[in-house]
Design a protein around this ligand. Sequence first.
Ligand code: CU
Length: 175
Amino acid sequence: MSTAVKLLIMFLACAGAAIAIFIAIAYSTHLVPRDQHEVQRRGYAIRGRWFLGLLIFLAASFAASIPFYPYLSATAALAPARKVPVIAEQYAFIMPSHLPVDKPIIFEVTSRDVNHDFGIYNPQGHLVAQVQAMPDYTNYLRVVFREPGLYTARCLEYCGIGHAIMAKTFRVGGK
Ligand SMILES: [Cu+2]
């Protein structure tokens, strides 16, 4: 069956359904009108149950998902990792140019002026981790570099005229 025929069948099915709904509505207007308060009472009852169900669902989802909250595990992993401060500023990253391979690292990322973003690209040019760099606030980014080579940190949030050249290369592993 060609695509055009499939589309035609789908169109006819939808059009038929729409026409059936219109006919049903037109027909229903000829029935004896129902009491407004009765309709309203039923509607409010459905709404009340729906709201209660939604509340229970949301509370259960919240309780079930809170152990997976990623920042708790990230904070727990702070102790054995090496802490590496990163200061972003227009238009550079102040950070070490050599980092170890296969060792957990916590980047402590902040900004000296405006909002920036600290995005780490691996030697193949793929983004492997990123976090916001904000003034007066430190964000923690936990990374384990599994492969040695030349990595590049780039700003991923427009921060001014020199944003496009805001990058810092650093070596992972080796000497
Ligand atoms: Cu920028």
